[in-house]
Design a protein around this ligand. Structure first.
Ligand code: SAM
Length: 299
């Protein structure tokens, strides 16, 4: 198709004084769109996690653009200077080492500050391990809930899994997506089994878009057995299908609340059911209020 003015304009969408979030490859370096290259070429500065990683990408595309590190530890300090640059009309791009910026990567605080300052922000879409893993997993694609990394330490991880269980008991029925470091996969699978049971449908997607791309599908228990006998190497996404008895939890909660509300005040009923089912008290109280409205007492 011949180049037109419209094509050119649509390739370099970054307006002066704007921030562009540019997705980069998650393994296969050919997964970098012409629009992404053009946007980086038009930027005055590129914010990135590791300048060495981004420099390689620039060299590959024959670009020479100043790089400035932006990571969790300096993001707040960097924001005022970046806003000054944007206000003076500079075009700024943000990339991460791999995949889509902000997705378990830095940039959220910057994007929020740019929006609050009323400055333009745009994005060049591209790879994200979470979405590719979801589509390859064979698990229901929606609704899905992206969880990112679970806490690495056992206690906080257990608490995070307990919160997921509470949400499921309250009716959440979604495919869950986790990022995980390869050396922690087996211990995370074991923690998920302890919290959510061994029979949950699950998938483990590793080295996506790379030479040793592999998707293992099964139950949490079978994936754990596989991870022990043949530890997955490289980068890994873990996915859990919705619980088989999804919705059952919500019905159980309503039934327990209605029974409790027949014999005690709404506040006490909510507190006792929350305690009995290990659910957050606030959420149970909110549901009790809804039930009271739907089922007004006649006495
Ligand atoms: N921003 C990235 C994205 O959009 O996917 C994610 C960055 S996060 C710091 C890195 C994690 O993403 C890895 O630990 C792994 O869980 C997952 N990941 C990244 N690349 C991957 C790949 N090629 N295959 C499988 N998982 C990958």
């Amino acid at each position: 198709m011949p180049d037109t003015e419209l094509d050119d304009a649509s390739r370099t969408p970054l307006p002066p004084g704007g921030l562009a979030l540019v997705a980069t490859p998650i393994g296969n370096m050919d997964d970098f769109s012409p629009r992404a290259v053009a946007t980086l070429a038009g930027a005055e500065v590129i914010l990135c996690e590791d300048t060495r990683v981004t420099q390689k990408l620039l060299v590959r595309h024959g670009l020479s653009i100043p790089l400035r590190p932006l990571h969790d530890h300096n993001e707040d300090d960097e924001i005022p200077g970046i806003l000054v640059k944007l206000r003076s009309g500079a075009k700024v791009a943000l990339v991460s080492d791999a995949g889509t910026p902000l997705v378990s990567d830095p940039g959220f605080r910057l994007v929020r500050a740019v929006i609050e300052a009323g400055l333009p922000v745009t994005g060049i879409p591209g790879p994200s391990a979470a979405v590719l893993a979801l589509t390859l997993s064979g698990l229901p694609p929606h609704p899905f809930m992206f969880q990112g990394f679970l806490p690495p330490r056992a206690g906080p991880r257990q608490a995070a899994i307990a919160r997921i269980k509470a949400m499921e008991q309250a009716g959440l029925s979604a495919t869950l997506i986790f990022y995980e470091a390869p050396h922690r996969v087996a211990e995370t699978l074991a923690a998920l089994i302890e919290g959510l049971g061994p029979e949950r449908p699950a998938a483990l997607a590793r080295e996506l878009t790379k030479r040793f791309e592999e998707v293992r599908r099964g139950t949490l228990a079978s994936l754990l057995a596989g991870a022990e006998s043949d530890p997955p190497r490289g980068e890994v996404v873990l996915l859990l299908g919705p619980p088989e008895d999804a919705g059952q939890g919500a019905e159980d909660l309503d039934a327990a609340l209605l029974a409790a509300m027949a014999g005690m005040s709404l506040r006490d009923a909510a507190a006792s059911v929350a305690l009995a089912q290990g659910l957050p008290r606030k959420a149970v109280y909110a549901r009790a209020l809804e039930l009271a409205r739907e089922n007004p007492r006649t006495d």
